[in-house]
Design a protein around this ligand. Structure first.
Ligand code: ADP
Ligand code: MG
Length: 256
């Protein structure tokens, strides 16, 4: 039998922002494979290229060079309509600032991606109900975002990201605006997703979030400087970035 394609397969990925003197190499010759079901945390100082990397993986930005494959399919060469369709169907984004539609209720926010993907209203509503229940917000379905706490908003945003059963969820500092209690609620959901085999890439500054991942990559100046397998949730504190001796050098609790 053939090995399944990794969900993410990136080769020689480069992204420049700006031109001439002001040109920034936000992502600088990165190779990355994320197999199905892996939870990957990416950490690194502000400005090192984490958000740019996520945008490239999810087709929100186009690379300057290199190749991006999602489930074996080149996405960097797709035209805009096909790319938009792929983002809608196959990628779930979660942002630090939630980005909910303020005029729509929690349930309507979660229904939206399914409706945009061509689902019936009834099916979209059914999925939204299940997803809001899964994130513990069944009783807030009719509330507008303005009546929800930050943690509740982010849980709605996670439910929305899952609406089309995506191949991959890409989360950019999802707990960056949350207090500890709300962070722990969101973490519990990510742990559930991990157990359920959802492929997940989380950019985070929070070691508690990173500690729930299967794998931790540290970035500096657009490059990966460390890539470590973690034993996973409950494995205790994440080692300091850079304690590994390079690619796969810092293996701890390798699974499989
Ligand atoms: P991080 O998410 O790690 O903070 P970013 O990916 O946002 O890093 O940014 C990486 C680098 O690219 C930074 O130097 C940032 O200033 C620059 N950058 C990001 N987006 C743009 C943009 N749209 N135009 C110009 N420069 C950008
Ligand atoms: Mg960022």
């Amino acid at each position: 039998m053939n090995e399944p394609s990794p969900v993410v397969d990136v080769r020689g990925l480069v992204k420049h922002h700006g031109e001439g003197q002001g040109r920034v190499r936000a992502v600088d010759a990165v190779d990355l494979e994320v197999p199905q079901g892996q939870t990957l945390a990416v950490m690194g100082p502000s400005g090192c290229g984490k958000s740019t990397l996520l945008h490239l993986l999810g087709g929100l930005e186009r690379p300057t060079g290199g190749e991006v494959r999602l489930a074996g399919r080149r996405i960097d060469t797709l035209g805009e309509p096909a790319l938009a369709r792929l983002r809608r169907r196959s990628v779930g984004f979660v942002f630090q600032a939630f980005h909910l539609v303020e005029e729509l209720s929690a349930a309507e926010n979660v229904e939206l991606p399914a409706l945009l993907a061509g689902c019936s209203r009834r099916e979209a509503r059914r999925r939204a109900g299940l997803l809001l229940e899964r994130v513990g917000l069944a009783d807030r379905a009719r509330h507008l975002p303005s009546r929800l706490s930050g943690g509740q908003r982010q849980r709605v945003a996670i439910a929305r990201a899952l609406a089309n059963d995506p191949l991959i969820v890409l989360a950019d500092e999802p707990t960056g605006n949350l207090d500890t209690a709300a962070t722990l609620e969101v973490l519990r959901i990510f742990e559930e997703l991990r157990s359920a085999g959802q492929t997940l890439v989380i950019v985070t500054h929070d070691e508690r979030v990173a500690a729930t991942a299967d794998r931790l990559i540290s970035m500096r100046d657009g490059m990966f400087v460390d890539d470590t397998r973690l034993a996973g949730a409950g494995a205790g504190p994440v080692p300091e970035a850079g304690t590994g001796t390079g690619w796969l050098g810092g293996l701890i609790g390798l699974e499989g």
